[in-house]
Write a protein that binds this ligand. Structure first.
Ligand code: BGC
Length: 336
């Protein structure tokens, strides 16, 4: 069932997608996931994503809590790129680079909405030149519940060649409130991760996870790894790195022994930025509770950041007439 639970005068809305197993609040403001409520091992309801009490806070703060991020998630080196012999200059909004689509990326836009066949379809038309990207781009983000899973499909087309890299930036804490994720266990099907520089930009180097604190091929607690002495962990202030997937389904599993809740992320995308919320600064979130660094894990499925500079035949180029079509699901279970 999907219903509108709140409408604002400026066109913003909050929708609730709900079945017996899961209840998800989503706003057409930035396609933002406001809450995901599932039952824990005692049958108690837990909200497993960080966020704010008021929708205005999502417009006011950075951090991209729960937001859909685009047109190009993550960093583009020096905010510039060349496509079809034309050079584009984007906003520099994160050190020397462009982050998360520029000053007013998709996370800060109001989407059109439609409820159809038990799906919430959010649509955003991004005009040619918006945030200095070429091409009129139509993005459809479709949110569906599939039993105990939230499934998001992204579908985009453009009337000119352009760049695209969409993600969702939910901060998961399966304890049910902002609190250290040291107790969570993590499993990631990734033999390699991408190294980053001091500004969080990928360097282009991939590193084998073997014998590093990035090796989550077998399930481990985050707390047993994140405090280890490692140059990349120091540079990132924790995890803030792309993990390159070896498998095509169920690539990431996160589990809290406290609540028994397990999240499995499955995606058509080739990697995810795992970000241990290193820059959360004690700002107040839901129920007035402070949100601090390492109080959550964001699992941002996406293509390689800065792919336009780092990869040949970048998959982040969306050609005129082609379709960008990617799906990520978030499945919640209680471990017995
Ligand atoms: C980036 C972080 C950044 C965070 C919030 C993540 O995707 O990798 O470095 O601080 O988003 O903007």
């Amino acid at each position: 069932m999907i219903e509108v639970v709140k409408s604002y005068q400026d066109g913003k809305k909050i929708f609730r997608l709900k079945n017996e197993k899961i209840s998800v609040d989503v706003s057409n403001f930035g396609g933002t996931i406001l809450s995901i409520i599932v039952k824990d091992k005692e049958g108690k309801q837990q909200d497993v994503v960080l966020g704010y009490d008021h929708l205005e806070d999502y417009a006011h703060y950075d951090g991209y809590l729960g937001a859909l991020v685009g047109r190009v998630a993550n960093r583009i080196a020096k905010g510039t790129f060349t496509l079809n012999d034309k050079t584009y200059q984007l906003a520099i909004n994160n050190g020397p680079n462009c982050l998360h689509g520029g000053v007013k990326g998709f996370s800060y836009r109001v989407f059109d909405d439609e409820i159809k066949n038990d799906q919430l379809i959010l649509h955003y038309f991004s005009p040619d030149g918006e945030e200095h990207f070429p091409g009129n781009l139509d993005l459809y983000a479709t949110y569906t519940l599939d039993e105990d899973a939230l499934v998001i499909n992204y579908h985009a087309t453009s009337d000119q060649d352009t760049l695209i890299n969409i993600t969702n930036h939910s901060y998961f804490n399966l304890n049910g409130c902002p609190s250290s994720i040291d107790n969570h266990t993590l499993q990631v099907q990734a033999q390699y991760f991408a190294c980053s520089d001091e500004d969080g930009l990928v360097t282009g180097a991939l590193r084998d996870v073997d014998h590093t604190p990035f090796d989550f091929r077998e399930e481990k607690t985050i707390g047993s790894q994140i405090h280890r002495d490692d140059e990349q962990l120091t540079i990132g202030h924790g995890y803030d790195h792309p993990f390159i997937f070896d498998s095509e389904t169920n690539q990431v599993k996160l589990y809290s022994p406290l609540t028994g809740i397990e999240l499995t992320v499955s995606t058509t995308l080739p990697q995810a930025q795992l970000y241990s919320a290193n820059y959360l600064d004690g700002r107040l979130g839901k129920n007035g509770k402070p949100m601090n660094a390492r109080d959550a894990l964001a699992i941002e499925t996406q293509y390689m950041p800065d792919s336009i500079h780092k990869e040949r035949n970048s998959k982040t180029i969306l050609r005129k007439g082609e379709v960008y079509d990617e799906t990520t699901s978030y499945r919640f279970k209680v471990r017995s």
